[in-house]
Design a protein. Structure first.
Length: 301
């Protein structure tokens, strides 16, 4: 498995950076995660950090060196992150809970899987074109049926991790990767000021992702001005082992079994804390979410 990757996070015009991102990998699998702690609620940066740490810790425990069921892992690990945030708020007796969006992708074999909750996005660019991107859980991207022509607040989210109501987690169909495919995970500090056409053009400009990613960050900061939101993104290019420029990027072929590399900050939950995340409760929560989605689809039909 070989890929080129670059990550960048800038505070912008905010008092603090509540975004978190990182990636980790084994010989045959890679995980990429980005979370955007929500302003207007306490300790958004804590919620974002907990989301990354929980998902990464579960990945480290289960990717030996591959995940047996990627879709199940992504859903259960994001739900576990939500439960960790709720537990943290309960332990501290907080009247309001820390909250965060999240987008997470796993590249395994030659296939990409991803899930998201909220308005942190994932883009896939192929041959200079936008192949697909996630759709935000927001009133702007998912207007109510029969809604009027009045403007909608794009910052008003329908779901997130840390909310008292169970989060909505959207899973994309698996995508077979081709050499040169570029994926980007980003917070709304990027897409909120740069339209999709500019994002796609910059990602597919012919520059390596180590140049395209900081270019996007700088453009977002400039356009956002003095009141710029936090700007955070991870961009990666999928490359087969015989791709040109093999000296660049990450090649996992020489990694031994049991070896796990990560850019995600230390301080992950311990194994005992993760074991305390009642797996039956997580499965029940996921089942409840899926049932709610089915009921909603049935009503629309």
């Amino acid at each position: 498995m070989k890929f080129s990757v670059f990550q960048v996070s800038r505070k912008g015009g905010r008092l603090k950076n509540e975004d978190r991102m990182g990636y980790c990998y084994t010989r045959e699998s890679g995980l990429f995660v980005l979370a955007d702690g929500m302003g207007g609620h306490p300790e958004g940066e804590v919620a974002a950090q907990m989301a990354l740490q929980t998902i990464a810790a579960l990945y480290q425990r289960e990717a030996r060196p591959v995940l047996k069921d990627v879709k199940a892992f992504l859903n259960s690990s994001v739900m576990a992150a939500h439960q960790q945030i709720m537990r943290y708020a309960g332990t501290k007796g907080m009247l309001d809970t820390p909250r965060t969006t999240v987008v997470a992708a796993v590249l395994q074999g030659s296939t990409a899987h991803w899930v998201h909750c909220g308005d942190s996005r994932l883009y896939v660019v192929r041959d200079g074109m936008l192949l697909t991107r996630t759709r935000d859980h927001s009133h702007a991207e998912r207007p109510r049926p029969g809604g009027g022509p009045e403007p909608v607040n794009r910052n008003l989210l329908l779901t997130c991790l840390g909310s008292p109501t169970a989060p909505m987690i959207d899973a994309a169909p698996p995508l077979q990767l081709q050499r040169g495919d570029r994926l980007m995970l980003c917070s709304d500090g990027v897409w909120g000021v740069l339209d999709d056409a500019l994002i796609v053009h910059t990602l597919s400009s012919g520059k390596p992702v180590s140049d395209a990613a900081p270019d996007l960050a700088e453009m977002a900061l400039r356009k956002g001005g003095t009141h710029s939101d936090n700007v955070t993104l991870i961009a990666l290019e999928w490359e087969t082992p015989d791709a040109p420029g093999i000296e660049r990027g990450v090649s996992t072929d020489s990694i031994s079994d049991g070896v796990f590399a990560s850019t995600i900050q230390a301080g992950m939950p311990s194994d005992s804390e993760l074991d305390d995340l009642d797996e039956d409760a997580i499965e029940r929560s996921i089942a409840e979410i899926n049932e709610a989605i089915r009921r909603s689809a049935a009503r629309k039909a």
